[in-house]
Design a protein around this ligand. Structure first.
Ligand code: C2E
Ligand code: MG
Ligand code: MG
Ligand code: MG
Length: 277
């Protein structure tokens, strides 16, 4: 009977795996088709200085305009794209698209705006990642000093030696480096010390209840204090209320990103906003 049960278990798991593998293959096919059909687009969420609430930057965020399902948000397809190699192609597309737009803006007299682009761990770990970034910068003619790459702690964690090398090579290209979702992953303070990071983005989960929950308050205060003493700029993400803004201003947080100020905007709306400032 044990043998029988074992066999059934085996069937159960292998069926389960088949379904998973099948779903992944289907997703990979549809993501690839979406890339070919140009169904992805980028929105830009403005980031303001805490002190004056002036727009100083924007984060590029990818969306999928699905022919049947309409707009699909990145949390529904990025994790899956990360399981296939397509995240590399998609990430490359996002970076190239953003750089091309930034160059167009500069050429048409739009005041310089720092724009950050999310880079997934798998993309960052590609042996030719830094070369690809250099190539995109060269081909689009974007000012690299306006470009920032957002990496998460988790994606920097593995292969620490290669990571440090890549980060220093990126710094040679003059692009900025931000540590995204700080505090949510396997934070190691060693990274802050050894890696050439310009900016730390405090994860949204700490900001959410920062005014009500003493633990979150303590964590946010500690992150800001640490970043300040290490000469890193600090951005708070997911700021939704005036109380959170006041809290962050009182603690000398540098920049704020969140629905309280702006939601992600289309390129058109972003340019309108920049012109109106
Ligand atoms: P993220 O990089 O941490 O980006 C910030 C996310 O927080 C965005 O969600 C943004 O819309 C959302 N957000 C900003 N302010 C607020 C707020 O006040 N309240 C709330 N509730 N949310 C806020 P989005 O656009 O859905 O993106 C989710 C995640 O998908 C991103 O998190 C990032 O990890 C990933 N992602 C987006 N675009 C790309 C991309 O081009 N490449 C890669 N690899 N990942 C991307
Ligand atoms: Mg980000
Ligand atoms: Mg983030
Ligand atoms: Mg995130």
């Amino acid at each position: 009977a044990a043998k029988e049960r074992g066999r059934n278990m085996y069937n159960f798991f292998s069926q389960e795996m088949n379904v998973k593998a099948h779903e992944r293959m289907e997703l990979e096919t549809s993501l690839r088709a979406a890339l070919e059909r140009d169904e992805f687009f980028v929105e830009f969420q403005p980031i303001v200085t805490a002190r004056t609430c002036k727009v100083v930057a924007a984060e590029a965020l990818v969306r999928w305009n699905h022919p049947e399902q309409g707009r699909i948000m990145p949390d529904s397809f990025i994790p899956l794209a990360e399981e296939t190699n397509l995240i590399v192609t998609l990430g490359d597309w996002v970076l190239r698209t953003v750089c091309r737009k930034m160059k167009q803006w500069a050429d048409s007299g739009v005041p310089p705006l720092r724009v950050s682009v999310n880079v997934s761990g798998m993309q960052f770990r590609q042996a030719n990642f830094v070369d690809d970034v250099a190539k995109i910068i060269g081909e689009t003619g974007v000012d690299p000093r306006l470009l920032e790459l957002e990496l998460t702690e988790t994606s920097l964690m593995e292969h620490a030696d290669a990571t440090v090398k890549s980060l220093f090579r990126l710094k040679e290209l003059e692009v900025g480096i931000a540590l995204d979702d700080f505090g949510s992953g396997y934070s190691s303070l060693t990274y802050l010390k050894n890696f050439p990071i310009d900016r730390v983005k405090i994860d949204r989960s700490f900001i959410k209840d920062v005014c009500e929950t003493p633990d979150d308050k303590a964590i946010v205060e500690a992150i800001i204090a640490l970043a300040m003493s290490l000469n890193l700029y600090i951005i708070a993400e997911g700021v939704e209320t005036p109380e959170q803004v006041a809290f962050l201003q009182a603690r000398n947080c540098d920049e704020i990103q969140g629905f309280h100020f702006y939601r992600p905007l289309s390129e058109e709306k972003l340019l309108e906003l920049l012109k109106s400032l």
